[in-house]
Design a protein. Structure first.
Length: 156
């Protein structure tokens, strides 16, 4: 297991990388199968995902709803653009906090790396202001908490 790294490129890109001690097929499946997503993509401790729609096909719908268990929460909608099992996913997503954020175009690549997988996610938003707001939201902490859960889940 390695720590997640998050860097920026230009004014509109965020690059997230993380190595998993599992093959690309397992890491990819955990990103497209709703029953697996609901186990790890929860953000900080105590949050749940009561709704997880992930129709993993070009044009397929994405909808995630998170709850903090105390009446707070938010949701995300989107659609898949391209899927190349077990190596690449391209989708568009927008968060509702409660108003919708601008579209975030996301390309996630799963590369074999020794006995594991190097996951590289490149997010593209329309402007520097959107990216700054995204980074200020606490996204990095929530992502790493989720990836730690994922590592434990697929490393069994």
């Amino acid at each position: 297991m390695t720590a997640m790294t998050l860097t920026t490129e230009g004014d509109t890109h965020v690059l997230v990388t993380r190595r998993f001690a599992a093959p690309p097929e397992a890491v990819y499946r955990a990103h497209v199968e709703p029953e697996l997503i609901k186990q790890w993509m929860l953000g900080p401790e105590g949050w749940t995902m009561p709704v997880c729609i992930n129709d993993a096909r070009p044009g397929g719908e994405i909808r995630y709803e998170w709850s903090d268990g105390a009446g707070g929460g938010f949701h995300l909608t989107g659609e898949f653009i391209e899927l190349q099992p077990f190596s690449r996913i391209v989708h568009v997503e927008r968060m509702y906090l409660p108003d919708p954020t601008p579209d975030n175009h996301v390309e996630t690549v799963f590369t074999p790396d020794g006995s594991g997988t190097l996951m590289t996610m490149r997010m593209t938003v329309p402007d520097a202001e959107t990216r700054a707001a995204m980074l200020a939201s606490g996204m990095e902490h929530g992502m790493e908490a989720g990836y730690q859960r994922l590592e434990t889940m697929i490393g069994r």
